[in-house]
Design a binder for this molecule. Sequence first.
Ligand code: NAD
Length: 487
Amino acid sequence: MDRFAQYIDGAFEEGPAMFESLDPATGAPWAQMPLAGAAEVERAVAAAHRAFLSGPWPAMTASARGKLLHRLADLVQAAAPRLAALETRDTGKIIRETSAQIAYVAEYYRYYAGLADKIEGAHLPIDKPDMEVWLRREPVGVVAAIVPWNSQLFLSAVKIGPALAAGCTLVVKASEDGPAPLLEFARLVQEAGFPPGVVNILTGGPEAGRALTTHPKVAHIAFTGGPETARHIVRASAENLAKTSLELGGKSPFIVFDDADLDSAANAQVSGIFAATGQSCVAGSRLLVQRSVKEAFLARLKAKAEAVAIGAPDQMATEVGPLCTARQRDRIVALIARSVAAGAVIVTGGVAPEGPGFYFPPTILDCTNAPDAPCLREEFFGPILSVVAFDTEDQALVLANDTEYGLASGVFTRSLTRAHRMIRGIRAGIVWVNTYRAVSPIAPFGGHGLSGHGREGGMAAALDYTTVKTVWLRTSDDPIPDPFVMR
Ligand code: NAD
């Protein structure tokens, strides 16, 4: 069995405890992973705090930090095939997706490498004589980055990149499900030449998560995961009063009007819900389709869903692989059963296959006559599409916003004016028009409501890891005249 180590203060070490990671394609253990507890978290945070305050990192110019990030980007690009194979093995995400996604992760590091020396302060035209006042943008301190099991390299890059560009140091906690790619990525951090303690990467479950999020030396908690865990984290941050940014789940509407290019929309919908075996926070999991084209559109989707190549995730021909965990599959099975009991009709799929591995087929549930079905409200995090028909644009908007989440949305129409009305009306952090699932390091990403707060990507994400220092400098050589008059 393979063995992985965690990365604390510039050195690799196995845990005092190790656990077995399962291969989702077979359900069998394939590797031993370290399980960090409170003691490892303590050492990692102490190392990150030391590296933040003293040594080469705080002395480095922003341009030098950028060069290190460029080196890391090159290493990620070169190692992409190896990292992709590991992510596929450990999480079941198909090799077609991991290969493309990890190559693109390098672009995130490149973007933040270029941004490191563009984080500027400001000079204020202050309302007092003989006074210079300016603002310094300074790194906030030690960042705790906590990521879920899907797309760990991507979801950590959107935290590590901007935090390092800003001059912070980090403790990254990989998920206890499928941590292999992040632990391997730590070797690239070391090879790139980041000073010890600047980036620490460990893996563990809720115990490590709690120790990290309550730690008094943690200044910012950047979390991606589910809303329930986010609640724990916000409560934990009452201990250290750390700032939080939360990227949580979604129940994103995918809206198809009768004037849309149905073939194009069907391809986008298939990618929007079945890619990553549906384990995507932006999954377009609620199809709202205009009644006049419902049958035609569903027929296209059903044919495509049934033609999907389900199989071993390490094969390039595979389009849908296994879910990451048996726990995830059990949740999906239970939620489908509750939804069918509430009147949802299975159009295709819906039953887990016999045999090894955590597979679940592409599934479509027609909820047109079951408006209260739980599948319209709760996140599956799997390849399950819930469908509702609408008649008018106003109805589409009401349905789209009838959710506690607010992460992503898609609108398919050829009408420019209608597209604009929908863009204005939909309450979500992202609106894709006649496309879906496009992301870029240049574009902010995030949501509101149960989908969390804060934005990843773009300049704003780097600024989020900074704090403003206001400097007052008196330029007069005269003595201060009156000690009791505030200036
Ligand atoms: P999860 O919330 O169970 O776990 C996420 C991480 O939190 C893991 O590393 C876990 O070990 C850690 N954790 C668990 N308990 C903790 C605690 N008490 N304190 C601190 N950390 C703790 O999520 P998951 O099941 O791994 O991932 C699926 C969820 O992530 C879905 O809801 C999905 O929508 C969401 N997600 C969101 C985005 C986004 O960018 N918005 C992206 C991907 C996934």
